[in-house]
Design a protein around this ligand. Structure first.
Ligand code: CAA
Length: 380
């Protein structure tokens, strides 16, 4: 199998790479310092069509293929993993559920706004007592005439506070286990809905991660996504796709760490020669590059399957499991290559290290990815 991209995909890579270098790179230090959400960058991305890459023109999107979307996350994350995750969450889990499970009316109402960047999307499943065990949510939705009344809370919600629409899971039948979960589109200004505590995170500065609070939030029945009780399958199948995005984010971080390490290893002289020429460091770089290459193959293979409409849950989990581990290991080794300088904020490698860690946690921890993969192995 040869990894070859089409001309159109290469154009996307170049466009995103240039945009990231010219517009995002100069803002990274400020995002790191202030933790401010990069609103103006997201606005520019909307103008460039990056918020609706794999969405058809009919719904306001750029009508490009899924691999182009993954290329965009990969390239953005090389410069800013923060911008990478904002895009991934917005598209994979913030917009796709409406596109794939929404009624025509829901699609017409929300998708063009999300695809063009007029709206930003978010996805709310996690609760204080329901992280890896996503089916154990306690947020409830009780039908009352032509509305559902939602009560409960969510935590660790990416894009919270900046998003205009939230894909929210809630129990419509608490006695029915996973079959009692439903999914709703909740608009940010709905009375009773509020954004709570913002987390101060180790990394991904600039990406909002907040609590959501639902106090008698009345959502019209027309905002139920799919059928009542179908929610868990909607959530899980969207996470299958979302995980390819996080794998691409991990790949971007790993590649950035590798490139920094190679640059430094060529430049830094010790014992009379560049440190990369010392076998210990040369071997380190070789191992780092091999991990990045393997991650790339897994990420783009999962993307290719998804693009062809083939099942990709197992491959998405494998890509996320491997690429997030690779990002962590490569970033750790990059710090080692930089030595004492790598531990300072003068170089970006400490940021790659902090940003990489979350990739092993969100959209399903590495342990959850192993559960998903092993279930596929035993079932198939
Ligand atoms: N697609 C469609 N249906 C699926 C599915 C999938 N990928 N996975 C499971 N299902 C269905 C099953 O077929 C089953 O239905 P039937 O009974 O009709 O067969 C039902 O869902 C229940 O499946 P399981 O018994 O496998 O469910 P479980 O309770 O054991 O949980 C799990 C499975 C994989 C552990 C799941 O809970 C999980 O993925 N947990 C991790 C949660 C997660 O990833 N959270 C991410 C939060 S979002 C985020 O992080 C975004 C961000 O900020 C970046």
């Amino acid at each position: 199998m040869e990894l070859r991209f089409t001309e159109e995909q290469e154009m996307m890579r170049k466009m995103v790479r240039d945009f990231a270098q010219e517009q995002i790179a100069p803002m990274v230090a400020e995002m790191e310092e202030t933790d401010r959400f990069p609103k103006e960058i997201i606005k520019q991305m909307g103008d460039l069509g990056l918020l609706g890459i794999p969405i058809s023109e009919e719904y306001g999107g750029s009508d490009m293929d899924f691999t182009s979307y993954i290329i965009a996350i990969h390239e953005l994350s090389k410069v800013s993993a923060t911008v990478g995750v904002i895009l991934s969450v917005h598209t994979s889990v913030g917009t796709n559920p409406i596109l794939y499970f929404g009624t025509e009316e829901q699609k017409q109402k929300y998708v063009p706004k999300l695809a063009t960047g007029e709206y930003l999307g978010a996805f709310a499943i996690t609760e204080p007592g329901a992280g890896s065990d996503a089916a154990s949510i306690r947020t409830s939705a009780v039908k009352d005439g032509d509305h559902y009344v939602i009560n409960g809370s969510k935590i660790f919600i990416t894009n919270a506070g900046e998003a205009d629409t939230y894909i929210v899971s809630a129990k419509t039948d608490p006695s029915a286990g996973v079959k009692g979960i439903s999914v709703f589109i909740v608009e940010k200004d709905t009375p009773g809905f509020s954004v709570g505590k913002k987390e101060h995170k180790m990394g991904l500065h600039g990406s909002n991660t907040c609590e959501l609070i639902f106090e008698d939030v009345r959502v019209p029945v027309s905002n139920l996504l799919g059928e009542e009780g179908e929610g868990f399958k909607i959530l899980m199948s969207n996470l299958d796709v979302g995980r390819i995005g996080i794998a691409a984010q991990s790949l971007g971080i790993a590649e950035a760490a590798l490139e920094s390490a190679i640059g430094y290893a060529k430049e830094r002289q010790q014992f009379g020669k560049p440190i990369g020429m010392q076998q210990g460091l040369g071997f380190k770089l070789a191992d780092m590059a091999t991990k990045v290459e393997a991650a790339k193959l897994l990420v783009y293979r999962a993307a290719a399957l998804r693009q062809k409409g083939l099942p990709c849950g197992q491959e998405a989990s494998m890509a996320k499991l491997f690429a997030s581990r690779a990002a962590m290991e490569v970033a750790t080794e990059a710090i080692q290559v930089f030595g004492g300088y790598g531990y300072t904020k003068d170089y970006p490698v400490e940021r790659y290290f902090r940003d990489a860690k979350i990739c092993e946690i969100y959209e399903g921890t590495s342990e959850i990815q192993r559960i998903v993969i092993s279930k596929h192995l035993l079932r198939d």
